[in-house]
Design a protein around this ligand. Structure first.
Ligand code: AMP
Length: 422
């Protein structure tokens, strides 16, 4: 099912395409039409399922364009970090609209936030405490709020936000649509949902967490992109790699890997499929792979689910999927129908974080293998080092909102020093 099947406007569909989303995730498939139809939703889904876009897209669709001065939708999130993340997604998805959004959280000047609200806003994303403080200072008019989202409700309750949430519910207009998302569904969340939601549609996404026992998994810790390419070359030169799918997160990397493999093994052995290839090209490539006309298929996640090819000897994850469930889907392409297969993942320093999450999801630790000693040594480029440092900072902040971010701090300090020198 493509995104264009949802009743979303062109501006949103363009933004979705630009974000690189080609197929809706399960929660999006279920929640977007339900929310667009105006129903309340109780969504049990974890981070990594695509839940943010699942609630933002219908909200942005309903808000449509900038209107009046006062907010019409409110998203409450437990931490500053999550609120900022949601705002980032809102920013990306509303690029082609004139909708105005703001994020409010504690620890920064409240007056500036109030001034920003008064300039006019359509969507507010906030932590409950700060939203209530702004309200008590008469910094926000709430009577036009038509949609309310509580994100990570279980965490908000664990953090003791229940009194603030109750008060916010009291001050908001009665007639509004409410969406409640929670990673888990303990009795206290059930109770909250009964109090808060009206005839909600319950959507529960349990990430597919079982990997076939016929698949042997292992991973290589690889310092950089150049070494990943060399390792890929090294492995594919072995005879045992008879029928291989190489997975990549993005089209860009998929194309790069494809070009490299064509140079090394020739066009007769390799094909690439991703969302930019038309349907016929994709089907031809999959058929050629199924019929053993080619040995290696380079692919992005988009097509992982659709490939039903037996006797795949190896799946190689050139990078680690960030939608964690994709890992299960990717490696499910091998070891089908009781045949044995191997799934090998290349992990750099910045991806180690996601591997830990995947290991939690699949309830297994993935064995590490040492890099082949024959592999040449490649220095990590300055740009790649920076990219990884930035990714690691983002991950640390996600886990601990108080983490200051070694990378950004250093960069700022350097800038300050530079200015001083001038
Ligand atoms: P979330 O569960 O909302 O935190 O989303 C997890 C990650 O998946 C984010 O990096 C999103 O940008 C990404 N994402 C969300 N929806 C899709 C989709 N349909 N296809 C690919 N990536 C997505």
């Amino acid at each position: 099912m493509p995104f264009s099947d949802f009743k979303l406007n062109k501006q949103l569909l363009n933004a979705v395409a630009e974000a690189g989303y080609t197929t809706p995730t399960e929660i999006q498939e279920k929640a977007i039409p339900t929310a667009l139809a105006g129903q309340d939703i109780l969504g049990i889904a974890q981070t990594g399922t695509g839940k943010t876009a699942a609630f933002l897209l219908p909200i942005l669709m309903k808000l449509k364009y900038a209107q009046g001065d006062h907010p019409r939708a409110l998203v409450l999130a437990p931490t500053r970090e999550l609120a900022m993340q949601i705002q980032k997604a809102a920013q990306a998805l509303s690029t082609y609209t004139d909708l105005r959004h703001l994020v409010l959280y504690g620890g920064t000047g409240i007056q500036k936030q109030i001034e920003a609200i008064q300039k006019g806003v359509d969507l507010i994303i906030a932590t409950p405490g700060r939203f209530m403080d702004v309200y008590l200072k008469q910094g926000v008019v709430v009577k036009y709020l038509k949609t309310l989202v509580l994100d990570e409700a279980d965490r908000m309750m664990d953090m003791g936000f229940m009194p603030q949430i109750r008060r916010i519910l009291e001050i908001l207009p009665q007639k509004k649509q409410k969406l409640l998302f929670s990673a888990t569904f303990p009795p206290k969340v059930e109770k909250l949902s009964q109090e808060f939601l009206e005839f909600p549609t319950k959507i529960e996404i349990t990430p597919q967490a079982t990997t076939a026992s016929t698949v042997e998994q292992y991973l290589y810790e690889v310092p950089n992109h150049r070494t990943k390419i060399a390792l890929l070359h090294h492995l594919l030169a072995e005879e045992a790699f008879e029928k291989v799918i190489v997975f990549n997160r993005t089209k860009k990397v998929a194309n790069e890997v494809y070009k490299f493999l064509v140079r090394k093994f020739g066009k007769e052995e390799v094909k690439v499929i991703h969302a930019n290839k038309d349907q016929n090209t994709r089907i031809n490539a999959i058929n050629a792979f199924r019929d053993n006309q080619i040995r290696i298929l380079v692919a992005t996640d988009v097509v992982a689910r659709g490939i039903d090819v037996s006797a795949v000897s190896h799946v190689i994850n050139f990078d680690v999927p960030i939608l964690y469930e994709e890992y299960v889907h990717r490696i499910g392409r091998t070891g089908r129908a009781k045949q044995s297969g191997k799934a090998i993942t290349f992990v750099n320093e910045a991806e180690a974080f996601h591997i830990k999450k995947i290991e939690t999801l699949i309830k297994a630790s993935i064995p590490r293998k040492a890099l082949p000693t024959e592999l040449p040594y490649f220095e990590t480029s300055f740009e790649e080092k920076q990219q990884m440092a930035r990714a690691i900072d983002t991950q640390k902040k996600k886990e601990n909102p108080d983490f200051k971010g070694a990378f950004h701090e250093k960069k700022k300090k350097n800038l300050r020093n530079k200015r001083k020198r001038k």
